[in-house]
Design a protein around this ligand. Structure first.
Ligand code: 5AD
Ligand code: SF4
Length: 508
């Protein structure tokens, strides 16, 4: 975003005036607060593509300084952290593993549910003591929570010791924001409600050298009624295929074994291109030709999951047949209230089509229980859909009202006790099905991408199968980073124990 766009962004922001009056004592330096109302608007203007670069005057800013980033939430946030770490390193900062010796601490936050937000506010409470003892320490809040005006106002009021707040669209502005924070005694708030451009050539410090994430698009235009993401991440913007392909090729050349293509709704990839008809299926068809053993993508939306993608996935090879396909509810009535724009029948039909061409595909999902006014019968429909599809596993959540979303305004007659009881029942089904599915692996040989030592026992190695099952087995450390064949000896509820039968299978 250039200076002009920044000015426009602040002009259209009605939240400025009110908040400025309330909290003017805290900010004089840069103040650009978020507005959920503005974030909802989807502008017609074209997405611009820009290249990242460190402005000359900021080079060396981090000499002799250390940074620490704590990440909450989804893979998108994890990957944003890799980008911010890349920017810090390019500025000359060094990473550190703990807050104690950090000169800059960032909390990269998640807004998806209330408990995610509570964790961050709790952490800010702890960091207050650290900051008191070391006033030179810079403390920043970024990520999805910073896009919410209620959060920014609460930080201004309750945690005024925070030095900077910036949003998900401003990550590439980190050098400028740090600079402002060093120069100013006031809190620096720079959160664009309107999404920015697509920025290429962002530096990244990837976590590990075996698996990598690659963003293919940003934002979400689906506006499911419970979800805050379309407000915190802005409108859908796709990266150009050539930029994505170049990044994946580069990762392959560096020896990465697995990549996950990332987006809030990857099935909408390319819908915003005005100069060509090109979707996720087309992109996958090109990426599968790159010499990288495993390719995944997440997260899918059933509504946009098209036949072209299914046709390409059926080609197999390095395109893994594990599909994460959030259903959210098994009741068409609830799905309608959630504005998911598909019915139970449509979802089941999609599953049928996928299984027709990929009979061994494993499906996982996300489910919300206790959506406002969800009846027992509607909840039962979720259980029956779960059984009918035969999911391998699921992430399950109790509905959490998010301020500013349509569902948060709905009257809700379901007591929390009932919601908790439904979650327990669903979790029991999820656990039982998972255990049952894992049991079928006993005696079979699977291919495992070895990631390292097991968290609980350094003598044991751990890695994932193509269908994302965690396998523990004993083998020499030299196989870390390789794909090996492991015979499964014992299935547990969530993991498999095995024995390596063959070292380093030839990469596909
Ligand atoms: N309450 C509970 N769960 C939610 N999710 C998204 N918004 C909410 C909410 N307000 C869940 C959905 C989504 C996953 C990432 O988080 O299941 O797929
Ligand atoms: Fe949220 Fe729905 Fe978009 Fe997923 S598709 S990020 S649930 S609005």
């Amino acid at each position: 975003m250039n200076e002009k766009q920044r000015q426009e962004s602040s002009q259209v922001n009605p939240a400025d005036k009110k908040s400025e009056k309330d909290y003017s004592q805290y900010f004089q330096a840069v103040y650009m607060p978020p507005s959920l109302k503005d974030a909802k608007k989807r502008g017609k203007e074209e997405v611009k593509y820009d290249d990242f670069g460190i402005p000359e005057e900021f080079r060396g800013m981090g000499q002799g300084r250390k940074f620490y980033i704590r990440t909450y939430g989804c893979q998108m946030n994890e990957h944003d952290t890799e980008v911010m770490a890349g920017i810090f390193m390019a500025l000359g900062y060094e990473p550190t593993d703990g807050v104690e010796d950090a000169d800059v601490i960032l909390l990269n936050t998640c807004a998806i549910r209330e408990n995610a937000e509570n964790k961050v506010f709790g952490e800010l409470g702890h960091l207050k003591t650290l900051k008191k003892g070391r006033p030179d320490l810079l403390l920043g809040v970024c990520g999805c929570m910073s896009q919410e005006e209620s959060v920014v106002n609460r930080i201004l009021k309750v945690h005024p010791f925070v030095d900077m707040i910036f949003g998900t669209h401003n990550i590439h502005r980190l050098p400028n924001i740090l600079n402002e924070a060093y120069l100013s005694k006031e809190m620096v708030v720079e959160v664009w409600s309107k999404e920015g451009d697509v920025i290429e050539n962002l530096p990244k410090v990837r976590k590990g050298d075996i698996k990598a994430w690659v963003n293919i698009m940003y934002g979400c235009d689906k506006f499911c009624t419970y979800c805050i993401v379309p407000y915190t991440r802005g409108k859908e913007r796709s990266r150009r295929p050539e930029d994505i392909i170049q990044e994946v090729r580069h990762l392959a050349a560096q020896g990465y074994k697995e990549i996950t293509l990332l987006g809030q709704n990857v099935n909408a990839y390319g819908k915003d291109f005005e100069d060509m008809t090109y979707g996720l299926g087309d992109l996958m068809d090109e990426i599968r030709k790159i010499d990288i053993p495993r390719i995944r993508f997440t997260t899918s939306h059933p509504r946009d999951f098209d036949d072209r993608l299914i046709e390409v996935l059926a080609k197999g090879g390095n395109l893994l047949d594990h599909i994460h396909l959030p259903v959210q509810s098994g009741s068409s009535e609830v799905l309608k209230l959630m504005a998911r724009k598909y019915s139970r029948e449509h979802y089941l039909e999609l599953v049928r089509k996928i299984k027709e061409v990929m009979p061994n595909a494993s499906l996982t999902t996300d489910i919300i229980v206790g959506f406002p006014n969800e009846t027992d019968e509607q909840f039962e429909e979720t259980l029956s859909l779960y059984r009918e599809v035969g999911f391998d596993s699921a992430y399950t959540f109790i509905y959490s009202p998010r301020e500013g979303t349509p569902a948060a305004k709905m009257q809700d007659n379901v007591p929390m006790e009932v919601k908790k009881e439904r979650l327990q029942r669903l979790n029991k089904l999820v656990n039982d099905t998972s255990a049952q599915k894992l049991k079928e692996y006993e005696g079979k040989v699977v291919e495992v991408l070895v990631e390292g030592e097991s968290k609980n026992n350094p003598d044991v190695l751990a890695g994932y199968t193509e269908k994302s099952k965690l396998v523990n087995f004993r083998a020499p450390k030299s196989v870390i980073g390789k794909i090996v064949k492991v015979k499964i000896k014992k299935a547990k509820t969530w993991t498999l124990d095995g024995e390596m039968v063959e070292e380093a299978v030839e990469v596909k």
